[in-house]
Design a protein around this ligand. Structure first.
Ligand SMILES: Nc1ncnc2c1ncn2[C@@H]1O[C@H](COP(=O)(O)OP(=O)(O)OP(=O)(O)O)[C@@H](O)[C@H]1O
Length: 458
């Protein structure tokens, strides 16, 4: 009963108390969680508990033949120390849609080996999918989902509050239930294609309702499907648009010119007014709002007109001009704070000219009927990724699901976009209509002071 015994008793009691507190915390978290999170917490527990057995079974274990000093000292004389089986260690984090697993690599077991084992792991863990990515050197990040997030429709109910971020557009969730953000500061152009009725309008409404409560974002629409805003898909949001043009290519041409002029004027004044030539250095403000141009049924304005009569020739010239103007908006729009979104349901290469499609960093395609349509929407690369082919999305269960090409990422991401109802779009528009302003009017003009100057002087 010496001091050593007392110290050991205290240490043991302390360890017991820590363990009890941890168990109580875990139990409390489990009981307080919703049904889906509880199921994922159980899955995470099963992953950790069975890993020692499962890892070596699916060949995710390395053999270390060099004995440790301890093994050398404790191995009886005349015997060789046993080789050690080294398993990558796991840490799990469960949420509502799945489990994220952080795994330390061990020699010979890294991204490649884990990717090859992903299907076996999905079977063992009884989940729909397991993805593997590098978090940082030496650490992998696995994501396991029990059910397919793409097959579960979601709804976005805008609360009318200002957007959490003006530089990120949250598109939806990917096939692993993780948020898919688009960094607006890097994306001057987005193409959206897909068969009618698969969610293009809802995607655009989600964008408008997300950003409409901010006066630092202004919208213009060119809609090739309707003569007036009130007769088309933009009736609900019309009051929040600083410009709307219907299916008349001449009027569309005028609006495209107006926006190219805005682009030039902004670049002219940007350095003096904001101290830099790059809009995103300061980001969107009420005086320098992000301008979002939506060109719906884009093919209406670019399609090739064949014929030798004067009317056809005029239309062909307009279409060619429209394509060049929009190309300028996309190519130079990033530093001027202009984002162009081109949507089409037409499934041929001329719907959105390839020279425009190829300068848009983000491309989305909802369901398509043919491989040619998929290529027209997403580029030739989609042939290499049959899993992400939008032709496979032709199913009512996949309304609202798009295949997406993003900058700096190999392959394609499938994303479940949320539905936004017409009533929600109308409600947010009514609340935010007073924020609508023509961004050109906000610029200082021809030496005479504009609102920006007054704001600065104030
Ligand atoms: N993200 C979504 N999730 C679930 N259902 C959706 C989603 N988006 C749209 N829908 C459903 O599909 C219907 C058609 O959607 P939407 O009008 O957005 O399609 P569209 O592709 O724009 O069609 P069109 O090309 O004819 O304008 C909607 O009325 C709604 O019921």
């Amino acid at each position: 009963m010496g001091p050593l015994h007392d110290a050991a008793t205290i240490a043991l009691a302390f360890a017991g108390a820590v363990l009890a507190a941890f168990s109580l915390f875990s139990f409390g978290r489990y009981v307080g969680a919703d049904k889906d999170t509880r199921a994922n917490l159980r899955m995470a527990f099963h992953m950790r508990r069975s890993w020692r057995r499962v890892g070596p079974m699916i060949k995710i274990a390395a053999t270390d033949r060099t004995p440790t000093t301890f093994a050398q000292l404790t191995t009886p004389a005349g015997q060789r120390p046993e080789p050690r089986v080294v398993l990558p260690s796991l840490r799990t984090k469960a949420d509502r849609t799945g489990v994220t697993i952080f795994m330390n690599t061990v020699p010979g077991i890294g991204l490649e080996q884990m990717t090859a084992a992903a299907t076996a792991l999905a079977d063992e863990w009884r989940c729909a999918r397991v993805s593997v990515a590098t978090e940082r050197p030496g650490l992998l990040r696995l994501r396991a989902v029990r059910s397919d997030p793409l097959a579960k429709p979601t709804r976005y109910r805008p609360d009318g509050g200002p957007p959490a971020s003006l530089v990120t557009w949250l598109l939806g969730v990917d096939e692993y239930g993780e948020a898919v953000p688009v960094a607006l500061s890097n994306v001057p152009g987005v193409t959206v294609a897909g068969l009618p009725g698969y969610g293009k309008t809802s995607l655009v409404n989600a964008l408008i309702t997300r950003f409409a409560p901010s006066d630092a974002v202004q919208f213009a629409v060119v809609d090739g499907k309707a003569p007036t805003a009130l007769r088309g898909d933009y009736a609900d949001t019309a009051e929040r648009l600083f410009a709307f043009v219907g299916d008349d290519p001449t009027e569309a041409n005028e609006l495209f010119r107006r926006l190219v002029r805005l682009l030039d004027d902004r670049m002219e004044h940007m350095r003096q007014a904001r101290g830099s030539n790059n809009f995103w250095d300061k980001g969107p403000t009420a005086a320098w709002p992000l301008v979002v141009l939506i060109i719906d049924e884009a093919h209406t304005f670019f399609r090739d007109h064949k014929g030798s009569d004067s009317e056809t020739k005029k239309l062909a010239t307009l279409a060619a001009q429209n394509a060049r103007l929009v190309e300028t908006l996309v190519k130079q729009g990033r530093s001027a704070g202009i984002l162009t979104i081109l949507a089409t349901q037409k499934a041929t290469g001329d719907a959105i000219p390839t020279f425009i499609r190829d300068v848009c960093p983000v491309g989305l395609s909802f369901a398509q009927k043919t491989a040619e349509a998929a290529v027209a929407a997403l580029g030739d690369d989609i042939r290499k990724y049959p899993d992400a082919d939008p032709v496979t999305l032709q199913d009512p269960a996949y309304v609202g699901v798009a295949s997406m090409r993003t900058p700096g990422r190999a392959g394609f991401t499938r994303v479940r976009t949320p539905q936004v109802t017409s009533a929600d779009a109308a409600r947010i528009t009514a609340q935010s209509a007073h924020l609508t302003a023509d961004p050109a009017e906000l610029l200082p003009r021809g030496g005479s002071p504009g609102p920006t100057d007054f704001a600065k002087a104030a």
